[in-house]
Design a protein around this ligand. Structure first.
Ligand code: PSU
Ligand code: MN
Length: 325
């Protein structure tokens, strides 16, 4: 890597120099995942949650083409305001949604870019950060009737090649969760669920983003954040260059009932098919339609689960730090 290309905030630089725990945060959830101004409040609150837990937050984003790891508060506000303007990505936002394939283009054209899970993992790894908290994982989209869309999120291939752990509430429930898991298995990615209710391993389901449980069994479970940290430590000891997905069920008081949200998700997917929404625009389209159809309930749940994931990520990062200072 060419020196000085990555822009680290002073706060992140200090923490990394002093070998203090750092947790990354993404910015596509700000630019394309949540409505303005809830997105800004969420981003600032999540950073505060990490600081209160003794962990330094590193929000990643592209600002005028430069890859940033750690944003100042004014950077973050400018970024969110840019995102709220119309233009850019087909009239959706002035900020591009950046996965691995988009990085060179956004840098060369000095654009603003929200980092998805895939590009946040890349920037985190370059900076030396091992843990990253967000809402929900991208994955294999549900099929268009009669054909296979091949819409598989770049998050999944990135997890197969970059050693960063993503702490989230499972694959987003707009997806085909079963196929997403199969793809992750092929990519060699560990997927485990925090077994909060101390269930029998055979009864442990992957959380369903908005819902506490999906219908898909979780390949692995973990009973404590220390256990998660031990797993990462063991992997690193063999220099395995793959990532992990640690799933945290959404908080009981804000999780949505599957009977309530499934129909809404199904009708949003049908609308996307009818309107031929595809590629990088599909996930933001689905999230926005679900927010409208659920009268904001999905947004409340999304914000609350991101905060919950940040708390868990802080504990895992601190536990890792204790075994590998
Ligand atoms: N989590 C959320 N909301 C989001 C995302 C995650 O709660 O909007 C973003 C992440 O950046 C993830 C992206 O990488 O959605 C997935 O997009 P796609 O399906 O196009 O890969
Ligand atoms: Mn996609």
């Amino acid at each position: 890597m060419k020196k000085n290309v990555l822009r680290l905030s002073q706060e992140v630089k200090n923490a990394l120099n002093l070998k203090k725990p750092v947790v990354s945060l993404e910015s596509t959830i700000i630019s394309h995942g949540l409505p303005y101004p809830r997105n800004v409040d969420m981003a600032l609150e999540v950073e505060e949650i990490l600081r209160d837990s003794g962990v330094t937050p590193a929000t990643c984003a592209f600002l005028k083409g430069q890859p940033h790891v750690g944003l100042t508060q004014s950077d973050l506000l400018i970024f969110a305001e840019e995102a709220a303007k119309r233009g850019g990505d087909k009239g959706v936002s002035n900020v591009s949604k950046v996965s691995r394939r988009d990085i060179g283009y956004v840098m060369a054209n000095q654009l603003y870019g929200g980092t998805t899970i895939s590009s946040t993992m890349i920037l985190s790894h370059l900076a030396g950060i091992k843990f990253f908290a967000t809402g929900g994982l991208g994955g294999v989209h549900r099929d268009v009737p009669g054909e296979t869309s091949m819409d598989v999120s770049a998050d999944l291939t990135e997890l197969g090649r970059t050693p960063v752990s993503v702490i989230c509430a499972g694959p987003k429930s707009v997806l085909d969760v079963g196929r997403t898991l199969e793809f992750l298995e092929t990519q060699g990615v560990f997927v485990g669920t925090y077994n909060e209710d101390k269930l029998d391993a055979k009864d442990l389901k992957l959380p369903g983003f908005y819902c506490r449980e999906s219908q898909v069994p979780s390949p692995f479970g973990f009973d404590s954040f220390e256990e998660a940290a031990q797993m990462v430590y063991a992997q690193n000891s063999l220099d395995l260059q793959s990532g992990n997905v640690f799933c945290i069920p959404p908080p009981k008081d804000t999780a949505l009932d599957s009977s309530f949200i499934s129909e809404i998700i199904e009708s949003a997917n049908e609308e996307a098919r009818a309107k031929n929404v595809s590629g990088k625009h599909l996930t933001p389209f689905l999230l926005a339609r679900i927010a409208e159809k659920s009268h904001g309930k999905s947004v409340d749940c999304n914000v609350s689960l991101v905060k919950n994931n940040a708390r868990a990520a802080a504990e895992i990062a601190k536990a890792y730090h204790a075994i590998s200072p």
